[in-house]
Design a binder for this molecule. Sequence first.
Ligand SMILES: *Cc1c(COP(=O)(O)O)cnc(C)c1O
Length: 333
Amino acid sequence: MAGTFVTLTEIEAARPVIAPHILRTPTVPSVSLSERMGLVVHLKLEHRQITGAFKLRGVLNALNRLSPDERRRGVVTASTGNHGRALAYAAGLQAMRSIICMSNLVPGNKVDEIRKLGAEIRIVGASQDDAQEEVDKIVAQDGLAMIPPFDSAAIVAGQGTIGLEIIEDVPDVETVLVPLSGGGLIAGIAAAIKGLKPRTRIIGISMQNGAAMAASLTAGHPVSVVEQQSLADSLGGGIGLNNRVTFGMVRELVDEIVLLSEEEIAAGIAHAYAHEREIIEGAAAVGIGALLAGKIRLQGPVVALLSGRNIDMEQHRRIVAGYHPGETVPCRA
Ligand SMILES: *Cc1c(COP(=O)(O)O)cnc(C)c1O
């Protein structure tokens, strides 16, 4: 399979394109995780990015590549929430029409935020694939430009700018922990970091409930998985059966994939709140969760990427109060 491969040069080119419109987020040492793990652990605080997740980076880079004609017609996408929110925001900056298609698995708080940004909303079906079908229809009928959530060279290059910042902030990093769903985030970060420092280990982390990339790597080609509810709702969805970019890059560049239970994800959210004073969503908590679960071979310094903070605050309150996912009684005193 001769897929598209994003290079360090493309990622470096994306940086000045997106810089005026994003926050350059900090990487900070975690005292509590460093003590617990016995090696230096840093957190890259990308959950503080504008729109509450890193997705704005890829979106801005992709919009920059549109022709004037495409800009006039507008943009459309399928999204589990954060990509749609970033696209709605970025399209708004440039006074462009945007339509965001979502399945009914996307949490209500995320849908509301996207609507507030002025995008048109379509809720269709019970999976990301159903939402994508609606996108294809809109592209065919109305000629809007599709901005994919991960499987695009422009998107991967935009997300890869996070890797450049990690190396600047922690030049001696040896292990980088990255949440993994469709793989746009980890493919970009891995290309940037391995381009600058080839021996750095890049570890992808997904939830056990429906880890499409992990299943696809095992199968040797993209496969679909049954979508399930998860605390890491931003990690849901397939990788696309006709995946062109991220599957090949992840296979080539990612050293290991780790899967977490719902309890382990909840523990990551609770730790971030109690010990780091950070509110993060489930998808962003998998790096901390994997460290706490003892699922990462320790080789430091470690950087864990916190990717987003768009969690329903009622759900967050229950988790930090010690409720297990799906239970109605506290699991610890
Ligand atoms: C989209 C997203 C991810 C996963 O990114 P992929 O490029 O699909 O692998 C992780 N965390 C958050 C918060 C996200 O919104």
